[in-house]
Design a protein around this ligand. Structure first.
Ligand SMILES: NC(=O)c1ccc[n+]([C@@H]2O[C@H](COP(=O)([O-])OP(=O)(O)OC[C@H]3O[C@@H](n4cnc5c(N)ncnc54)[C@H](O)[C@@H]3O)[C@@H](O)[C@H]2O)c1
Length: 389
């Protein structure tokens, strides 16, 4: 065979593949020796049948962030299989994954994270290596207005059930990432110069945040007591495609499109740190590949905006009058301000957000405008709720 640079490189990779098969060299060493990156080496080895694609069990993947994450991971990495394990509550929507369901590296299983037996079976039968848990009761207002039983079941007992699954199956589960929220840290005053760090004590003010905090504390305890390889992330408010219309951003948008009043609690002064969902997915991607088990990482975009600013921005972009804004009395426990310090994930894992707020909100508005049928199907499914959209 003629000695071209391509042939030489191919032969070198074959040689190194043999050493890899014998367990004498790692992927990262091969990447260094061949001048390729780790993904390229891994893909080449999958093609040669030397490596089986790793299975990620995504819990709650039919919701807003989980479905964005599944699409992100399948598009970016050819060597992962994803199993989406979701109970399909009112917030779960397989419509979010219509573009993904034909992908041979994707499978859906309907199940509840509180069902430890079923979770264990899924992990064992599919040799799942990673669990990423997005499953939660996630609507703060519902946790305050109605009973919080389901919040405690899913956000505390469900997390316990995943931890038990990871603890009992160490030969399978190499990492569990628990997706949590900045709301566990409580509230800041408007003029407070501090931001939430990973060391900030939990001070939840609503049942949703308390239940999430309970799950997070169990993760810490299982890491310390049993060495379960778990990482907890605390992210700020997300916005972007596929968010259920009960949440502030899409709700304001749909109401504005229909010339209906946008209802803002408590003078619209509540401040959240808004992050575009794709940035959050990339942060989780960094945690999956570079995060250290036992650690906690805050994720945020340094993008504090009041709900009044959000509503005004939406109306400006849609060319609608600000007179659509209607201020209504505040709801109990409504935190005034969240502000997140994400310097640890930046410093240690090299992640930083890429999407600025103006671009992110324009992309979001465009997505919803082009996908009104997605919203209509939610309204069809839930007649009671449709009154509020
Ligand atoms: N949306 C945000 O702004 C935000 C910000 C920070 C953190 N988080 C956290 O991220 C995660 C995902 O949030 P989201 O906005 O995508 O939520 P979501 O409500 O859109 O989706 C939740 C998903 O979990 C599923 N689910 C609920 N209970 C379940 C159970 N017992 N077993 C299996 N599946 C179940 C639902 O069917 C749904 O598909 C949550 O844990 C939330 O606390 C959200």
């Amino acid at each position: 065979m003629e000695q071209t640079p391509q042939n030489t490189s191919y032969n070198k990779l074959n040689l190194l593949a043999n050493l890899f098969k014998e367990g004498r060299i790692s992927i990262s060493e091969i990447a260094q020796l061949t001048g390729r990156n780790e993904d390229q080496v891994t893909n080449a080895f999958i093609e040669k049948g030397l490596i089986n694609p790793s299975v990620i069990l995504v819990c709650g993947g039919a919701g807003f962030i989980g479905s964005n994450f599944i699409q992100h991971i399948l598009e970016k990495y050819p060597y992962y299989k994803v199993i989406n394990y979701d109970k399909l509550t009112y917030a779960g929507n397989l419509d979010n994954l219509r573009n993904t369901e034909k992908n041979p590296r994707y499978a859906f299983i309907q199940g509840d994270i509180t069902d430890t037996e079923k979770l264990e079976t899924v992990v064992r039968e599919n040799n799942a290596k990673y669990i990423i848990n997005f499953a939660a009761e996630s609507h703060v207002g519902r946790s305050v207005m109605f009973r919080a039983d389901e919040f405690v079941k899913t956000n505390v007992i469900g997390v316990h059930s995943i931890l038990e699954t990871a603890k009992r199956n160490p030969e399978h589960i190499k990492l569990y990432i628990q997706i949590s929220t900045d709301e566990t840290y409580g509230s800041l005053s408007l003029d407070d110069s501090r931001k939430f760090t990973e060391e900030t004590c939990f001070a939840p003010n609503v049942p949703y945040a308390a239940a999430k905090g309970g799950g997070d504390l169990l993760c810490r305890a299982y890491s310390r007591s049993y060495n379960v390889p778990v990482i907890v992330t605390h992210c700020s408010n997300n916005y972007g495609p596929y968010q259920h219309p009960e949440k502030l951003m899409p709700n304001s948008l749909f109401r504005a499109l229909r010339n209906q009043p946008i209802m803002l609690h408590g003078g619209g002064q509540h401040i959240r740190d808004w992050i575009y969902v794709q940035d959050h997915c990339e942060a989780i991607d960094s945690v999956l590949h570079k995060g250290k088990p036992g650690e906690v990482y805050n994720i945020g975009s340094d993008n504090e905006k009041s709900s009044l600013e959000i509503a005004k921005t939406i109306l400006r972009i849609l060319g609608k009058p600000e007179s659509l804004i209607t201020l209504v009395p505040d709801r109990p426990g409504n935190d005034l301000r969240y502000s997140i310090n994400a310097s640890k994930i930046n410093r240690e894992l090299g992640w930083s957000p890429k999407v600025n707020f103006e671009d992110g909100i324009k992309k979001t508005i465009q997505w919803y405008e082009h996908n009104m049928d997605w919203v209509e199907r939610i309204r069809e499914r839930d007649k009671e709720f449709s009154k509020y959209i």
